[in-house]
Design a protein around this ligand. Structure first.
Ligand SMILES: NC(=O)c1ccc[n+]([C@@H]2O[C@H](COP(=O)([O-])OP(=O)(O)OC[C@H]3O[C@@H](n4cnc5c(N)ncnc54)[C@H](OP(=O)(O)O)[C@@H]3O)[C@@H](O)[C@H]2O)c1
Length: 269
């Protein structure tokens, strides 16, 4: 049975003493999550494909006093994921409290224009990576005694958003996976949740948000009238990993300025 306060009495609002793996931590949401978790006391390992950028980030985090290390890893490759988890296991003595499946990208096309390559690329990067890393992390998460997985999903996995049907499917699959793992792994004291952001100012979203028409749509359709900041997502991710969130599992939580609950779009003045 999953115990209340399964974190052995650690501070409910802190991540002190915990270990975390955040995929894709050099930019955007992953970068904000690494900083948020490290600020709250976690020892973090992250990965990305660009070694120079990874080293630069690690150096900056060192200066800030954060405990962050990194591996070059293409999360869409099965062999590289296995190597990554083996590094993490050695680094954290076989124990991991937090897995943040953040890596993801998009190729935006109408459904009839997608080809086999687009399908495999998006499935491997966005969904298969998160699925397989969760499998690989399971023994480490279980051994930690109190663990949490967070999937970086999207509102596109909750409602229909015209940014590509394959992307949407990968995010919908993540939301369902969080529910299944929440039920399957509760007995191992592992919680699993999905965080579903709307438009957030990151390098991935920059081309869309710098398009005047798209940006105007965001302002018009979002009750809060603006795109979000990475820090507005990383705070929820961190909360879900805390002992304070010990009874929250299997949920998909939107961070969207009200976008998904806005049934009637009224022009903002
Ligand atoms: N920004 C938004 O509006 C928004 C909204 C909803 C959901 N999301 C989701 O949030 C997640 C992060 O998005 P973001 O906007 O922060 O993206 P981003 O700005 O493009 O940053 C992505 C990060 O992941 C790394 N990365 C990308 N592909 C990788 C791979 N195959 N293997 C290892 N690392 C990889 C990148 O570094 P390298 O390129 O050097 O590998 C970078 O550090 C994604 O899952 C995305 O779908 C974003």
């Amino acid at each position: 049975m999953a115990e209340a306060d399964g974190n052995g009495g650690l501070n409910r609002w802190s991540l002190e003493g915990m270990t975390a793996l955040v995929t894709g931590g050099t930019k955007g949401l992953g970068h904000a999550v690494v900083e948020e978790l490290a600020e709250l006391g976690a020892t973090v390992h992250t990965c990305s494909r660009n070694e120079a950028e990874l080293n630069k980030c690690i150096h900056e985090w060192e200066i800030k006093g954060f405990k962050v290390s990194g591996s070059v890893c293409d999360a869409s490759s099965r062999a590289e994921r296995e190597k990554l988890m083996s590094n993490v296991s050695s680094l954290f003595n076989g124990k991991l409290n937090i897995l943040i499946n953040n890596v993801g990208t998009n190729v935006m096309k109408p459904t009839l224009e997608y080809n086999e390559e687009d399908f495999s690329f998006l499935m491997a990067t966005n969904f298969e990576s998160a699925y397989h890393l969760s499998q690989l992390a399971h023994p480490l998460l279980k051994t930690s005694g109190a663990a949490s997985i967070v999937f970086m999903s999207s509102v596109a996995g909750v409602v229909s958003v015209e940014i590509g049907s394959i992307y949407a499917v990968t995010k919908g699959a993540m939301n369902q996976l969080a529910k299944n793992l929440a039920c399957e792994w509760a007995r191992d004291n592992i919680r699993a949740n999905s965080v579903a952001p709307w438009a957030i100012k990151t390098p991935l979203a920059e081309p869309y948000l710098s398009d005047e028409k798209f940006s105007e749509e965001v302002r018009f359709r979002t009750p809060m009238g603006r795109a979000g900041e990475p820090k507005e997502v990383s705070s929820l991710v961190a909360f879900l990993c805390m002992p304070a969130a010990s009874y929250i599992t299997g949920q998909t939580i939107c961070v969207d300025g009200g976008y998904t609950v806005n049934g009637f779009f009224f022009p903002r003045t």
